[in-house]
Design a protein around this ligand. Structure first.
Ligand SMILES: NC(=O)c1ccc[n+]([C@@H]2O[C@H](COP(=O)([O-])OP(=O)(O)OC[C@H]3O[C@@H](n4cnc5c(N)ncnc54)[C@H](OP(=O)(O)O)[C@@H]3O)[C@@H](O)[C@H]2O)c1
Length: 246
């Protein structure tokens, strides 16, 4: 485990799935963790209790990243509780099947409001308090670089996330704040449990390492990205996908 003792990390969308895995891993690495959620208060408390039970520090904060007014209080809560913020993991995201025929203005807005606008506004608020040495991790997706029809809008949001990883890395580099993207392949989570049955064989078949990813696979990459071992890494996105090209 890496030494993040004394560091404070905010993980958005950490009540389940990949975000919960990242929160637990950063806590195990020694960070104090803010577990953000928008609807799943009980799931967020389960994550907090798991961290505290293993000797870590964590608390949950409700904030819907689709609502700009929820964002400054989220950052304020982190700083008020732990006195500082060193690491932001922009993990919260939504993904829905959207064929060209079925796309609506509402689904476009929902995807972009959470996956792009929310990510950027959280980053803006966090950047005001992150010290030199701070790190921002953006959870992208392999579909940003190998996009697929049926998820047009989701793919477009993750393409935007990769672009922001680059632009933010350039802007924040002079302040010695790094920005790193992590692009997961197919990972078994609550969010894709319903569709997983139909997709698993197909996607595992395309995955050279021959298995579905787990939240811990992505969390391990985040642990590296926020560590000093990645001190020379910024403005770029790392595929963590078992070799899968969607
Ligand atoms: N699973 C995969 O195969 C895969 C592959 C590539 C990339 N990703 C990316 O990885 C990230 C996590 O995916 P996942 O599969 O772990 O998702 P998930 O199981 O559906 O969990 C999503 C998390 O995001 C939170 N969330 C959703 N809307 C939110 C909002 N408006 N404000 C704040 N939090 C919100 C949820 O909290 P509440 O329930 O409280 O709303 C939940 O904690 C996403 O960015 C996704 O695009 C996933």
């Amino acid at each position: 485990m890496r030494n993040l003792s004394g560091k404070v990390a905010l993980v958005t969308g950490a009540s389940k799935g990949i975000g919960a895995g990242i929160a637990k891993r950063l806590a195990a690495d020694g960070a104090s963790v803010i577990v953000n959620y928008s609807r799943s208060a009980e799931d967020a408390e389960v994550v907090v209790r798991a961290i505290v039970a293993t000797g870590g520090q964590a608390f949950a904060v409700k904030a819907d990243l689709g609502r700009p007014e929820d964002i400054p209080p989220l950052i304020d809560a982190a700083v008020k509780r732990f006195g500082r913020l060193d690491i932001l993991v922009n993990n919260a995201g939504v993904y829905k099947v959207d064929s060209l025929e079925s796309i609506t203005a509402q689904s476009i807005d929902e995807h972009f409001h959470i996956n792009v606008r929310g990510l950027l506004l959280v980053t803006q608020a966090a950047a005001r308090v992150l010290p030199p040495g701070g790190v921002i991790v953006n959870i992208s997706s392999g579909v940003a670089t190998s996009p697929q029809p049926m998820v047009h809008v989701y793919c477009a949001t993750k393409g935007a996330v990769d672009t922001l990883t680059r632009t933010l890395g350039i802007e924040l580099g002079p302040r010695r704040i790094r920005v790193v993207g992590i692009a997961p392949g197919f990972v078994a989570t609550e969010g894709n449990a319903e569709s997983a049955a139909a997709m698993t064989d197909h996607l595992v078949g395309k995955t050279p390492l021959g298995r579905v990813g787990q939240p811990s696979d992505i969390a391990a990459a985040v642990s590296y990205a926020v560590s000093d071992d990645a001190a020379w890494v910024t403005g770029t996105t790392l595929d963590v996908a078992g070799g899968l090209v969607f």
